[in-house]
Write a protein that binds this ligand. Structure first.
Ligand SMILES: Cc1cc2nc3c(=O)[nH]c(=O)nc-3n(C[C@H](O)[C@H](O)[C@H](O)COP(=O)(O)OP(=O)(O)OC[C@H]3O[C@@H](n4cnc5c(N)ncnc54)[C@H](O)[C@@H]3O)c2cc1C
Length: 421
């Protein structure tokens, strides 16, 4: 039995955060709840604009999806562009596609500007066809993407094998705009930059209640009261009970990852020599990438803390052997998981739940670029009242039917697929 440790990103993040729990009453321009990509990007933008800013995080920075992520800094959403336009309408769809298409550029520019030590590799991503039907899907995505100005390239099976080091794929869609990062370090780096810009960061500070007294938001945390003119809730899939009539609604989907020991030298030049981040076209999808030390990281849907855990663990080993036979028996040294907040239409939401208050959530598995963009633009809109840079129009209500049941269904589907494959 291998001696497996937890989250790789916690073990290797070069960026450190120095924060303390909230221990006093405060009055600020904007309060942000949640220290993931959304909240940290918002804090950086708000403090950078000169606003007095406080960020409250229940655990430590990056405790949620942002510190458990695969690290694929993608352009756009999961949905192909035509579907986004069909769901949202011409103008709104085009605006969202354009803003999220530029999101990796924004992420990598922030990394450079603030010197964030997060292993950035901007060599693109590969969406790999796991079957002939998957290749048809990629051909359609290629056609649509290029029509919307995305510089995508469709690769044949030979080129895909050369780049990935695996002969299992029928082709791949290459997106040169995207890349990979160490996600927890990116999140911590954003918060370091926000602190340098003047933001107060309080971790180990759970917000337990919210109310509006007609003038400002009153936020209760750690037995203290914080008054804020504007409020951003950035708790996404890790939302902890806050006493307020509103709570973000989404389906939770678990995703697990397994990191090997660093690849031996000869295999590093065979497996992902260019460092592209990859995922496949399967309905129960999987991902793979390497980190800066050359560890191979395989990911797939499934809950490692649930009844299906042995199935998911066995699947990871089989997947490794199938994709990369020469690396198939490398020790798996780290395993961890996270929760993804999915919405039914796979489009993130900005919910205006009170005066001068937004909640951003439901990135549906795409949070690095979108979280960075949504957080910063939400902070700007709350502070200035100008909503023109928001990627989507805020809504007053959002509900999801049978969210718990559908979350259980996703987990059942992942377990069944991993068991029979
Ligand atoms: C395993 C996994 C892999 C993923 N891979 C990718 C990927 O490769 N690329 C990509 O773009 N996206 C990916 N995603 C999605 C992405 O990670 C998320 O969309 C993103 O992290 C959401 O960021 P966030 O800041 O909105 O929320 P989070 O990072 O979840 O942060 C929310 C924070 O709010 C805090 N919080 C909650 N309640 C309270 C409270 N009451 N008081 C104070 N704080 C509170 C939590 O502790 C948490 O730290 C992945 C997600 C998972 C789980």
């Amino acid at each position: 039995m291998e001696n497996r440790q937890g989250n790789l990103w916690q073990a290797t993040a070069q960026e450190k955060v120095e924060a303390t729990p909230l221990s006093t009453d405060l009055s600020v321009d904007i309060a942000i709840i949640g220290g993931g990509f959304t909240g940290c990007s918002a804090a950086l933008a708000a403090a950078g604009s000169g606003a007095s800013t406080v960020l409250l995080e229940a655990n430590t920075i990056g405790h949620g999806g942002s510190g458990r992520n695969v690290g694929l800094a993608n352009a756009g959403l999961w949905l192909p562009p035509d579907q986004i336009v069909a769901q949202m309408g011409e103008d709104a769809g085009h605006k969202l596609i354009a803003l999220l298409g530029e999101a990796p550029e924004r992420v990598f520019a922030l990394i450079e500007k603030h010197g964030i030590q997060c292993e950035p590799v901007r060599n693109g991503t590969l969406h790999c066809a796991h079957s002939p039907a998957g290749l048809n899907d990629l051909q359609e995505r290629h056609r649509q993407g290029n029509r919307f100005g995305a510089p995508l390239r469709l690769l044949d099976a030979t080129e895909t094998a050369r780049r990935t080091g695996s002969t299992r794929f029928h082709g791949a869609l290459f997106d040169p705009r995207a890349g990979t990062i160490q996600p927890l370090a990116y999140c911590r780096g954003l918060v370091r930059a926000a602190t340098q810009a003047g933001a107060r960061i309080h971790d180990r500070t759970t917000v337990s209640g919210l109310s509006h007294d007609g003038d400002a938001w009153v936020i209760r945390a750690n037995g203290h009261h914080l008054r804020a003119k504007a409020l951003l809730m950035a708790t996404n899939a890790y939302h902890l009970g806050i006493e307020t009539p509103f709570r973000p609604q989404f389906m939770s989907v678990y995703y697990s990852q397994f990191a090997t020991d660093p690849l031996p030298h000869d295999l590093r030049s065979e497996i992902l020599p260019g460092g592209e981040g990859c995922w496949d076209t399967a309905l129960v999808m999987s991902s793979f990438r390497v980190d800066a030390a050359g560890r191979l990281i395989i990911g797939g849907m499934g809950n490692l803390e649930g009844a299906g855990s042995p199935v998911h663990r066995a699947w990871a080993r089989r997947k490794l052997r199938t994709l990369f036979p020469k690396a198939g028996d490398l020790p798996i040294r780290h395993q961890w998981q996270g929760r993804i907040a999915m919405t039914s239409d796979h489009v993130p939401k900005i919910l205006e739940f009170g005066p001068n208050a937004y909640a951003c959530f439901g990135y549906s598995g795409r949070g690095i670029g979108p979280g960075t963009v949504f957080g910063a633009s939400a902070a700007e809109a709350l502070l200035t009242g100008d909503t023109s840079n928001l990627p989507i129009a805020p809504v007053k209500h959002h509900s999801e039917q049978f969210a718990a049941l559908r979350s259980a269904y996703y987990e059942f589907g992942a377990t069944l697929t991993h068991a029979v494959k």
